[in-house]
Write a protein that binds this ligand. Structure first.
Ligand SMILES: C[S@@+](CC[C@H](N)C(=O)[O-])C[C@H]1O[C@@H](n2cnc3c(N)ncnc32)[C@H](O)[C@@H]1O
Ligand code: SF4
Ligand code: SF4
Length: 306
């Protein structure tokens, strides 16, 4: 079934225009970071069977655009991508169907050192989330993880020839470990990025001195970067940062009403990419996103790259 085309002269992005793909492979995770969307919006998940992206279906849907892509990000917003049961096949599929840069964001604590060594041979860039150089500060945010494990996996990945990046979210509690982290990253041979947290509250206070470059969302991922986001449950979203079915930061009741009334039309199980891109919600967002996103300061991930 196709989505209704209510606007004859749609100016929407077409599948042929897509340059970047962001896949949220799973809502499964082995740890519990306090401000993660998974912890916030899906707290019941630990008792339920996780949902892994239906790769058989999604690979068919994206095959037509794979060759034109310049970046594929397997980061996601609701889970740990390396826990998708087919993660290595998925990477292999992209290696066969596109020359795009392929990257994964990970907590780096899954599998074992040999697995990460093997991953390095598959030509994928890996960004390890490690927010601290002491076990105490690392586990304060990465609840349930182990610092020695992630460090040994990152080392194994680098030793295998992999391109690693270290991402460090800065809080008041781990701010004093920035210099040690920079030194360690240099020794290990990886780039390090320091980021502000999307939230600061309770025992996770704002850093006192860390002063990142301002990188507010003035370049829209969808409109300017031509990035398409597909969630673990096959839903296409306008961007990873604004998913009204979970959001409690109401941008605009009218948009959310429009979005919710069309939710079924964004499901790739029943619709092709071009149908989703031609829904009134996507057209509306493409024309007016800036009004809402600027007003509500969405996507204010700031970062300092050293
Ligand atoms: C939902 S995670 C998925 C990838 C992987 N599980 C991980 O944690 O790296 C997506 C990204 O959000 C980042 N993240 C987690 N908590 C954050 C926070 N409080 N502020 C900003 N980014 C955060 C993660 O480090 C990761 O880069
Ligand atoms: S490791 Fe990633 S997906 Fe898992 S809880 Fe932390 S931020 Fe969320
Ligand atoms: S938050 Fe708004 S401006 Fe940023 S990528 Fe999403 S829709 Fe675009």
């Amino acid at each position: 079934m196709s989505a209704p085309h209510l606007y004859k002269e749609a100016t929407l992005m077409l599948p042929a225009d897509i340059k970047r793909l962001h896949l949220d492979l799973t809502n499964n995770c082995n740890i519990k970071c306090p401000f993660c969307s998974r912890t916030k919006y899906l707290p019941h998940l630990d008792k339920k069977k996780p949902v892994d992206m239906d790769w058989c279906l999604i690979s068919k849907r994206i095959k037509q655009i794979a060759g034109q892509l310049i970046h594929v990000s397997l980061c996601g917003t609701f889970g740990e991508p390396t826990l998708h049961p087919l993660i290595l096949n998925i990477i292999q599929w992209f290696r066969e169907h596109t020359t795009a840069k392929l990257s994964i964001d990970t907590n780096g604590t899954t599998h074992n050192a040999a697995w990460w060594h093997k991953l390095a041979t598959l030509g994928v860039h890996v960004c390890f989330s490690i927010d601290g150089t002491s076990s105490e500060n690392y586990t304060k945010y990465r609840v349930g993880a182990d610092l020695n494990t992630v460090m040994s996996h990152m080392t194994s990945f680098i030793d295998g020839g992999g391109k690693a990046e270290w991402q460090f979210i800065v809080f008041k509690s781990n701010e004093h470990e920035i210099e040690t982290a920079k030194t360690l990253a240099r020794t290990l041979g990886c780039k390090i990025i320091f980021k502000t947290s999307r939230n600061y509250k309770n025992s996770f206070s704002k850093p006192l001195e860390f002063n990142p470059l301002n990188n507010k969302c003035n370049t829209c991922k969808f409109v300017h970067r031509k990035e398409l986001y597909i969630a673990h449950d096959r839903q296409v979203e306008f961007c990873c940062r604004y998913q009204p079915r979970y959001s409690d930061t109401t941008l605009e009741p009218k948009i959310e009403k429009l979005y919710l009334s069309q939710l079924a039309l964004f499901d790739l199980k029943h619709h092709e990419l071009q149908d989703v891109l031609r829904t009134p919600y996507f057209e509306f967002m493409e024309k007016f996103y800036f009004k809402f996103c600027k007003k509500y300061h969405l996507g204010n991930d700031s970062e300092l790259i050293t």
